[in-house]
Write a protein that binds this ligand. Structure first.
Ligand code: G6Q
Length: 542
């Protein structure tokens, strides 16, 4: 297959973008009074308004052509068939199987060469975490001294942290308020010490979440946790009542001292950043209970089904992805602001940073050639309305090109006077202001002094998406996460990259391993660059 930029569909989009360069969103809306209703799609309870993107009907048609030319349909089916679409690691990426109802079939090639249906194992593990979390929640599972568990601490990092902490925050409304949840990820001792300061060891349960069980940050924190526990309880046997593990690596879990009976597994076909709905979500289940967790899986699955079957032109994740490609590759947008107008989604931007940038922040194609086009934009964000009083200035009048995803809910989980209307009004106003701006003539007509006219003018024409659902529920959260997972996958297909590996995090890890002993031992000779050598000398203990 020719390189992406050689595809006729890519070239057609490039030519189309040139012809489109001077078209303003104001013109597009003026020309089509139905635009705001027409350029929308609704799926699984999520309403997606993409009318404030700089697109015409032709653009959408050409983007679907590009998806076809890149073999998107085949790639989706390859994912569903459990093919090794993570080509550099020779693994399937079958997170859709984690939310498959019993009876659906998903197969992967086993080590023995046999084709195994993974759904029974998925449900067996689910049943085990349901059983365990119910025993903790109802007080049957007790700590070593016989007291019930009151605090749950998830120790994990990256994909073994960001999904669980995001989901726990997002679903706090549904969670058991008499249980305390903490998440320790950073190897910085401050993270652990601050998380532990007010917890009672006799009533604390640690979940050591690590796919590989070799991640040094997680193991360091897990060792610190064991020391903290044993200092208080004084008996090695306490570990069995206060530690469980979520991992694929039973031998390392056992070596750490956690009874394999208290280990919940997952599989190499689940990428870390795609694992919040596996046993890695144990903390989520402990917080919200099995029924809510299953409802979340139901939301994921409903979006999966929509993604697999809906025609591309009406497919929410596909459209979301194609618009990102359009903005990134043809309109020069460099970054995406994720703006949830819901305080419970405060960790959602951080979660998406990993999902999107670890998946698609790559500069080589599947075949190892250097991509001659942009890949993942930079993701960042904050809940509205807080962001409005900080970085929105740049969004409205800065020189950078940013797209915004506004996420909101019609009904609040915490109605307080008219504050929810105030919140929603802000969401709508920001999206409108970005799109339509304010012309110099409008500013003058308002009586502004001439010298301030340029300062008070807003160019507008800044693209945004609006995603709305009725209410933040476990199901709507699951559907939202699945939407972004699939959007990220589609973008990776268009960019011809492996969205499921993460080689880019390796080099720093290797260098850190070499520097650790050099910080400890002032006598070790240093052979780095002069900057690193000088910094090590400055930071050495002695
Ligand atoms: C995610 C990445 C990465 C991973 C962490 C933790 O997709 O692979 O963020 O989740 O490095 O790894 P472990 O779960 O193996 O500790």
């Amino acid at each position: 297959m020719p390189g992406r930029t050689e595809l006729p569909a890519w070239k057609a989009l490039a030519a189309h973008a040139d012809a489109f360069a001077n078209t303003h969103l104001r013109d597009l809306f003026a020309a089509d009074p139905e635009r705001g209703e027409r350029l929308t799609v609704e799926a699984v309870g999520w309403y997606f308004d993409y009318s404030k993107n700089r697109v015409a009907d032709d653009t959408l048609r050409l983007l679907v052509d590009l998806a076809d030319a890149c073999g998107l349909r085949t790639r989706i089916e390859a994912m569903w068939r459990g093919e090794k679409i993570n080509s550099t690691e020779q693994r399937a990426a079958l997170h859709v199987a984690l939310r498959a109802p019993a009876g659906e079939k998903f197969t992967v090639d086993g080590a023995d060469g046999a084709c195994n249906d993974v759904v029974p194992e998925v449900h067996a593990t689910l049943a085990r975490i349901v059983d365990f979390s119910e025993r903790v929640r109802d007080g049957t599972w007790r700590g070593f001294t016989g007291k019930p568990i009151r605090a749950i601490v998830n120790i994990g990092i990256g994909g073994s942290d960001l999904g669980p902490v995001m989901a726990c925050e997002a679903l706090r409304h549904y969670s058991r308020r008499d249980l305390t949840f903490r998440f320790v990820s950073n190897v910085d001792g401050t993270d652990f010490c601050e998380a532990m300061r007010d917890l009672d060891p006799a009533q604390t349960l640690f979940i050591v979440s690590s796919k590989t069980f070799t991640t040094h940050e997680t193991l360091a924190n897990a060792r610190a946790a064991r020391t903290w526990l044993l200092r208080a309880l004084g008996d090695e046997c306490a570990v069995g009542r206060h530690f469980v593990a979520v991992s694929t690596n039973a031998p390392e879990v056992a070596k750490f001292g956690i009874d394999p009976a208290n280990m919940f597994g997952f599989w190499d076909w689940v990428g870390g950043r795609y694992s919040m709905d596996s046993a890695i979500g144990l903390s989520t289940m402990l917080a919200v209970g099995a029924d809510n967790f299953r409802a979340m899986l139901g939301g994921f699955h409903a979006m999966d089904t929509h993604f697999r079957h809906a025609p591309f032109a009406h497919n929410l994740p596909v459209l979301h992805a194609l618009l990102s490609v359009w903005n990134t590759n043809f309109l020069g947008v460099e970054s995406v602001a994720i703006l949830p107008y819901d305080q419970y989604l405060k960790r959602f931007p951080a979660y998406l940073q990993q999902l999107a940038m670890e998946s698609n922040g790559k500069r080589v194609t599947q075949e190892g050639a250097r991509a001659d086009y942009a890949t993942s934009p930079v993701y960042w964000g904050e809940p509205g309305t807080n962001g409005q009083h900080s970085f929105f200035q740049l969004l409205h009048q800065g020189t950078r090109r940013v797209t915004c995803d506004f996420i909101g809910f019609r009904a609040s989980l915490n109605p307080l006077g008219d504050q929810h209307e105030l919140l929603l009004a802000n969401l709508l106003a920001q999206a409108k202001a970005l799109a339509f701006g304010k012309t110099a003539a409008q500013v003058r007509a308002e009586g502004s002094p001439d010298r301030l006219v340029p300062h008070r003018t807003f160019d507008g024409n800044r693209p945004s998406n609006v995603l709305l659902a009725e209410r933040l529920t476990p199901a709507s959260l699951g559907a939202l996460v699945a939407l972004y997972e699939h959007s990220v996958f589609v973008q990776g297909v268009i960019w011809d990259i492996d969205s499921f590996d993460q080689w880019g995090v390796e080099l720093g890890k290797q260098l850190a391993a070499r520097i650790v002993p050099e910080l400890h031992d002032a006598n070790l000779p240093l052979a780095h660059d002069s900057s690193t050598n000088a910094l090590i000398r400055r930071l050495r203990k002695t």
